[in-house]
Design a binder for this molecule. Structure first.
Ligand code: 8YV
Length: 316
């Protein structure tokens, strides 16, 4: 008898989906129309022993309560801020995530967003498509990226990979996170506020969750200033979004390049209306290679659990 698992969202990798269906009795929630999900879940939930979920969907207390036999939650992502550990821990339910395999792609997107904002690529793309080049409309020059300071908030795997890339573009680097990171030459600012004050680009690579909620607030944005740019590839929850919108609209912040938002997939209309904002739809890890590797970790962690082997990437 294959263990029964609940699959919250599909992987773009056909190989991953095939392995899930081969090794487990999968209940694919994402195939059920939203209005029918509740009744459908009532039918399958009592037998579900494993959950394959995403970094943004996670699992809340209400879903956990509906799955009495749940043993393992395999998150297809690094962020576990959407997992309600308080609901899982007393029941001994294990959690895995996908560290390491997505580092390079997320760091690449952070750099791409920084360069896109710095060199105003989306606005220039619009300029060309709208025929303004032929009309001879003047283009004010951008500021060079080299020599500027990038402050990285959250200096873990992804933050360090961003730093490595930005060094090659001639940026000076700083970081801040609550604990000092050993073995790096990159200086640590005294606080997040100081990091923003010290930086031209503030790149958010920190984990989401209660500890970081709203930390990029009006004061931090003011410290970054009218020439400063916010780049966020982490979690929308870390930024006070209304404060960000206000700072951008009033010219108190220079620009923003965002892959993540407070209420995905909703993006504030005000952000969409601003020309100095670059927007992507939470795609840091969305490459063929990385989603294959992430999905494989989900499969392998589930297989290890149900075979009684050590988990590959348990969340402590
Ligand atoms: C994905 C992510 O959006 O790793 C994370 O924490 O947010 C992303 O990689 C998502 O988890 C894909 O399933």
């Amino acid at each position: 008898m294959k263990p029964e698992i609940l699959v919250m969202a599909p992987s773009p990798s056909a190989a991953v989906m095939a392995q899930l269906d081969e090794h487990f009795h999968c209940h694919h929630l994402w195939r059920v129309a939203a209005p029918e999900r509740d009744a459908w879940l009532a039918g399958v939930a009592p037998r579900v022993r494993g959950l394959a979920t995403t970094g943004t969907i996670g699992i809340d207390a209400a879903l956990a309560a509906r799955l009495p036999l749940l043993e393992i939650v395999a998150v297809n992502g690094i962020g576990v801020d959407a997992v309600d550990f308080a609901a899982l821990r007393p029941r001994g339910i294990r959690v895995t995530n996908t560290p390491g395999v997505l580092t390079d792609d997320v760091a690449d997107l952070a750099v791409a967003l920084l360069l896109a904002a710095g060199r105003r690529i989306p606005a220039l793309d619009t300029y060309v498509r709208a025929g303004r080049w032929q009309q001879g409309v003047a283009i004010p020059p951008a500021r060079a990226v080299r020599g500027k300071v990038a402050g990285i908030y959250g200096f873990g795997r992804i933050g360090k990979a961003v730093a490595q890339r930005l060094a090659a573009f001639g940026l000076q680097l700083r970081y801040w996170q609550p604990n000092v990171v050993a073995g790096t030459d990159v200086p640590r600012s005294a606080s997040l506020l100081d990091l923003a004050r010290d930086s031209d680009y503030l790149v958010v690579c920190a984990p989401g969750g209660a500890a970081t909620k709203g930390l990029i607030d009006a004061d931090v944005l003011a410290a970054l200033g009218p020439e400063g740019t916010l780049v966020n590839v982490a979690r929308g929850s870390i930024v006070d979004e209304p404060a960000l919108v206000a700072a951008l609209e009033q010219g108190r912040l220079g620009a923003a390049a965002l892959d993540v938002f407070a209420e995905e997939p909703a993006v504030p209309q005000a952000l969409m209306a601003l020309p100095n904002v670059v927007l992507t739809p939470h795609v840091g890890s969305l490459t063929v290679e990385t989603r294959q590797a992430m999905g494989q970790l989900v499969v392998d962690n589930l297989l290890a659990h149900f075979a009684g082997r050590d988990l590959l990437t348990p969340v402590a």
